[in-house]
Write a protein that binds this ligand. Structure first.
Ligand code: ZN
Length: 363
């Protein structure tokens, strides 16, 4: 059985970004999710809500504990407090947005990095770009989004008296997660939802073989970073070559220490045809099968779509059906959590999600 989860609180986050030389409403907008929900509403699929606001303190503190396994304590505190701190200091108005100005840069002093005392400057210590603004409701939305990853993973484990015939959960997360490395926000991401899903699964089965297939157009630098030395997490990413986030995603990044060989980057030139894309997908899936993946996380981005403004391959709506079917056929019996990452063509994102679901269910 396939279950789709969303949370109304995730619609509250609405910020701005510097794209090119323009300050604009962030392309990662509530309208993306609303378009998906509308398409689902007019289809055979039903999205269930798991509102964070209905959670009692027990699960909420568990969520934060699991998040802090892969995210820095000070970083999480920053996400929670920075908007109020800026507001109290008169740096922004009530409807304002926290945006960084100066980022961490390498030096030869050998001094350990520490957050700057200056409140305004500190935002740059906990971010790596200017597409991760924070407004009044951002923290609430981030936690709600993370909670979907956590809840979805619990459902797949079949705990808490829930029916255990669920084999797939599609979590309609926003903000997305795969660019967050646990220490800093960037690329619209603040909490790495895939990392949280790994921690949640491990809270039930500590030695599981966990596979992450990242099919967002952009390299999941954050997920790679978090699991780079982890022998029990195989990360496979198909993404645009020399594209955002620019400093990661090359094939020779294969993992380190015990995690050597557990990081597989499959970059493709921008605009590559679907045939080349499916070749990379087949290769990645073969590796995930060989690894004997016990829990699969799919970081699903629809910014591979041919008309996406933030990068693209020659992937059309009907191709998501093929991508999903191919993935599910390769890893048929594996419990799967599908996490929404990017995708910025509002007019088509709903149809693209329906196409993906159709392919997944038909496998
Ligand atoms: Zn993306």
């Amino acid at each position: 059985m396939l279950v789709i989860l969303w949370d109304p609180d995730t619609l509250l986050h609405k910020t701005v970004e510097l794209l090119g030389s323009n300050l604009i409403p962030a392309l990662e907008s509530p309208e993306r999710l609303e378009a998906i929900l509308k398409a689902l509403h007019n289809s055979e699929y039903r999205a269930g809500t798991r509102p964070l606001s209905s959670l009692w303190e027990g699960p909420k503190s568990r969520l934060l504990e699991l998040t802090s396994e892969t995210h820095g304590h000070e970083y999480l505190r920053h996400l929670r407090n920075v908007y109020e701190e800026w507001l109290s200091a008169g740096l922004i108005e009530q409807d304002g947005h926290v945006l960084p100005e100066c980022f961490v840069f390498p030096t030869s002093t050998g001094k350990p990095l520490r957050p700057p005392r200056d409140l305004f400057a500190r935002a740059g210590y906990y971010a790596f770009d200017m597409s991760s603004g924070i407004m009044s409701e951002s923290y609430r939305a981030m936690i709600a989004s993370a909670n979907l990853a956590c809840e979805g993973t619990d459902m797949l484990c079949g705990f808490d008296d829930r029916p255990n015939d669920i084999d797939t959960v599609v979590a309609l997360c926003r903000p997305p997660g795969h660019h967050c490395d646990g220490q800093r926000a960037g690329g619209y991401c603040y909490i790495n939802n895939a990392a949280l899903a790994v921690s949640t699964w491990r809270s039930h089965q500590s030695d599981a073989q966990i596979g992450i297939l990242d099919i967002d157009f952009h390299h999941g630098n954050g997920t790679q970073e978090i699991f780079y030395a982890d022998a029990k997490v195989l990360y496979v990413s198909i993404h645009g070559e020399d594209e955002f986030p620019y400093y990661t995603g090359v094939e020779d990044e294969t993992g380190s220490g015990e995690g050597k060989g557990m990081n597989i980057n499959l970059p493709l030139k921008v605009g590559s045809p679907i045939e080349e894309y499916l070749e990379k997908l087949d290769y990645g899936l073969k590796k995930l099968v060989e690894f004997k993946t016990e829990f699969l996380i799919v970081s699903l981005g629809f910014d591979t779509f041919h008309a996406d403004p933030l990068g693209h391959f020659q992937v059309h709506t009907e191709d998501y059906e093929t991508i999903a079917r191919t993935t599910r056929q390769a890893l048929k019996e594996v419990p799967a959590l599908v996490l929404l990452e990017g995708g910025y063509v509002i007019e088509h994102i709903g149809a693209n999600m329906l196409s993906f679901l159709k392919g997944w269910k038909s496998a």
